[in-house]
Design a protein. Structure first.
Length: 120
């Protein structure tokens, strides 16, 4: 991630940003190449997870997918995504199913931010 890409999204840095860049840097030990790889992986995994959630009918599998996405989100500092996942996990007890609309919105926001970071 070049400094110019960081500057391009500087208006979206801080607590309102979909990804905490300090958390990302901490988790990747400041390795910029690793940051880029992790962001690409999250973008791909989160999109695939949303597709699988849309098609999956087994509640246990859905909970596992959401739980995995929550961990990935926390690893890159996408706390809003992680919070929505946690809320969904809690609401998916028993036969009750939570809506994934908020999750889709949070993932789309984070992935849009990732694209801004990586194409700067």
């Amino acid at each position: 991630m070049a400094p110019s890409s960081m500057a391009r999204v500087s208006g979206r840095a801080g607590p309102e940003a979909p990804i905490d860049l300090v958390q990302l840097a901490t988790n990747t030990l400041g390795n910029r190449d690793l940051e880029v790889q992790v962001l690409h992986l999250f973008k791909s995994q989160s999109s695939n997870t949303l597709e699988r959630l849309a098609d999956e009918t087994d509640a246990s599998v859905r909970r596992d997918l959401i739980h995995t996405l929550k961990g990935s989100a926390r690893a890159i500092g996408a706390e809003r995504v992680a919070q929505v996942c946690e809320t969904l996990e809690t609401s998916m007890t028993g036969a009750s199913e939570g809506s994934c609309e908020a999750l889709c919105a949070a993932v789309m926001e984070a992935n849009s931010y990732i694209v801004d970071l990586l194409t700067g």
